[in-house]
Design a binder for this molecule. Structure first.
Ligand SMILES: [Cu+2]
Length: 472
C-alpha cells in the first residue's frame, strides 16, 4: 500500500464495477478516409473519483487521446499542437517511420508550437500506440495522460472474419495503475520506491475508467489490450478459468490463435484477445499474482479485477474462430549480418560487479546512461541483425526498440511463448535472463536523427536506461 497522503485502494468499489467503460473517440482513416489527424495536447480536469477532480493531460480531451486508425499503404499526417505550458514529444510506438518523424526525445514540441510529421503506413495490421517521449519527463507525462492507441489494418486483416466494429465488438483496453493524493491529484515520485523500483499504483484505470464494466453486444468481441502502465506487470486471466484466446501481439496478428490460461503483459506490450460470451453471463478479466520481479515496492503481489464484461442483448454469430490468421515475416538467424549485445544495468541493484565508470546515472545499458549527444549504435540500412539483451539486475525490464518490429528468437536458449510468435517491439527480459531478437532495419537511413531503444518501465527510461541508434 502506498505511503503518505495517498488515498487507500478500495477493492470493494472496484469489485462492483459501477462505471461503464469509456471508449476513446476514433479518428478513422480506414472507413472515414481521414488522412490528417489534428492532435491538441493540453491540460484538463478529469473526474475519476466522485466529487474529487484530478488535474490531467490529454490529447483532444482531458485524459488520454483518440484512437487513430489507418490502413497500410496510406500516407497520414499528424498535426500535433502543444497547448501546454511545458515542452513535450509524441512518439508513435510500434510504427515504422523515418527517425525525424518518430517523436522521440529529439523531436521536442515547445509550448504553443505545432509539429507536423507526415509518413506512409508501411507495416502489418497491428495494435500500436502513441505517448509522450519527453526526455526525463516521459514517466510523469504519460502518468498524467499523454497516451493513445494507433490501430493499423491491412488487406490481410480486413479479409479475416474478426470483429472490427470499433467500440461495438472491437474494444480497446488501456490498462493503467495510479495513486491519488487526498486532494484528487495523481501521486507520483513521492517515495523512493517510485524512483528506484518504479511506480506502482493502487487503483486500476481502464481507458481512464475506475471499476469499469462493459456490456457486450455481440457474441464474440475482440479486446485490444495495451499495458499503458508506467511500470506494473500484469498476469491476465479470466475469473472463470477459461482460456484466453490470443490472436495478436505488438506488431502483427499471430499466425494462428493461441489458447492460454494466463498471459503476462509488461508495460508497452499489447495483446489482442477474442472473447465469446453466452447470454446472461459475465466474465471478469483479472490480474493474478506474478513473480515478475524479485523485489516489489509494496512487498506483495495481489489478485485484482481489471474489467467486468457483461452479456447484453447479444447479436449471435456462428462464424468459427479462424484457424489460420496471417503469415508472420521470418528472418533466418543464420543470415543475420551481425549480433549486438546489450546489458541492462542498475548501479544499486546489479547482480555481479558494477558496470564501467561511464555510467553517471543510476540506470543504463552497457554501463552507460542515456546521452542525447552520443550515438550508441550504427546499423547499416537493410541489414538483418540479432540483438541479445541481457538483464543483470534484480528487476524484470521490458525492452523496446523503435523503428522495427522484431521476432523473439529465444529466452535463455528456450523458445519464446506461443503468444510472442507475432511481430513485437517490446519484450520482457526477466532478472538474470537473456533474450535474443531478430529484426530487419529497412527503408529509412538518416545519419543525423537517431532512434531509441530503452526499458519501457518509464521511471527506468527517465533514469537513463535508454540508448540511441542511427540507421545509415
Ligand atoms: Cu527497466
Amino acid at each position: 500500500m502506498a505511503v503518505g497522503t495517498a488515498l487507500p485502494f478500495s477493492p470493494i468499489a472496484a469489485e462492483r464495477h459501477t462505471n461503464p467503460l469509456k471508449i476513446p473517440k476514433l479518428i478513422d482513416g480506414v472507413t472515414g478516409a481521414r488522412r490528417t489527424c489534428q492532435l491538441d495536447v493540453a491540460g484538463g480536469i478529469s473526474n475519476f473519483l466522485p466529487d474529487l477532480p484530478t488535474p490531467t493531460l490529454g490529447i483532444n480531451g482531458a485524459y488520454l487521446g483518440p484512437t487513430i486508425r489507418a490502413r497500410a499503404g496510406d500516407r497520414v499526417t499528424m498535426r500535433v499542437k502543444n497547448n501546454m505550458a511545458e515542452p513535450t514529444a509524441l512518439h508513435w510506438h510500434g510504427l515504422h517511420v523515418p527517425a525525424r518523424f518518430d517523436g522521440g526525445p529529439h523531436q521536442v514540441i515547445e509550448p504553443g508550437k505545432v509539429w507536423e510529421p507526415s509518413f506512409d503506413i508501411k507495416q502489418k495490421a497491428s495494435l500500436c500506440w502513441y505517448h509522450s517521449h519527453m526526455l526525463e519527463q516521459t514517466g510523469e507525462q504519460v502518468l498524467r495522460g499523454l497516451a493513445g492507441l494507433f490501430l493499423i489494418e491491412d488487406d490481410e486483416s480486413l479479409a479475416l472474419p474478426l470483429p472490427s466494429d470499433y467500440g461495438v465488438d472491437d474494444i480497446p483496453l488501456i490498462i493503467q495503475d495510479r495513486r491519488f493524493n487526498a486532494d484528487g491529484s495523481f501521486e507520483y515520485m513521492s517515495n523512493m520506491g517510485d524512483a528506484e523500483l518504479a511506480y506502482q499504483g493502487n487503483v486500476i484505470l481502464v481507458n481512464g475508467t475506475i471499476a469499469p464494466h462493459l456490456e457486450l453486444r455481440r457474441q464474440r468481441t475482440r479486446l485490444r489490450i495495451l499495458n499503458g502502465s508506467n511500470a506494473r506487470i500484469y498476469l491476465l486471466g479470466r475469473d472463470d478459468a477459461a482460456d484466453l484466446v490470443v490472436i495478436g501481439s505488438d506488431g502483427s496478428l499471430l499466425e494462428r490463435p493461441v489458447h492460454m490460461r494466463r498471459v503476462r503483459l509488461s508495460p508497452g506490450e499489447r495483446i489482442e484477445l477474442l472473447v465469446d460470451i453466452s447470454p446472461e453471463r459475465s466474465i471478469t478479466l483479472m490480474s493474478y499474482p506474478a513473480i515478475a520481479n524479485a523485489m516489489r515496492p509494496d512487498g506483495r503481489d495481489e489478485t485484482f479485477p481489471i474489467i467486468e464484461l457483461r452479456a447484453g442483448t447479444l447479436e449471435t454469430s456462428d462464424i468459427p474462430i479462424p484457424e489460420q490468421l496471417i503469415r508472420v515475416p521470418y528472418w533466418d538467424p543464420a543470415r543475420a549480418a551481425r549480433a549486438r549485445k546489450f546489458t541492462l544495468d542498475m548501479s544499486t541493484m546489479n547482480i555481479g560487479p558494477m558496470p564501467g565508470p561511464t555510467m553517471d546515472g543510476s540506470m543504463g545499458i552497457n554501463g552507460r546512461s542515456m546521452d542525447m549527444d552520443r550515438i550508441d549504435e550504427r546499423v547499416p540500412l537493410g541489414s538483418v541483425e540479432i540483438w541479445e539483451i541481457q538483464n543483470r539486475t534484480m528487476l524484470a525490464h521490458p525492452f523496446h526498440i523503435h523503428d522495427v518490429q522484431f521476432r523473439v528468437l529465444d529466452r535463455d536458449g528456450a523458445p519464446p511463448q506461443p503468444r510472442e510468435l507475432g511481430l513485437k517491439d517490446t519484450v520482457l527480459i526477466d532478472s538474470g535472463s537473456r533474450v535474443r531478437i531478430i529484426a530487419e532495419f529497412a527503408d529509412f537511413a538518416d545519419p543525423d536523427h537517431p532512434y531509441m531503444y530503452h526499458c519501457h518501465i518509464l521511471e527506468h527510461e527517465d533514469a537513463g536506461m535508454m540508448g540511441q541508434f542511427v540507421v545509415i
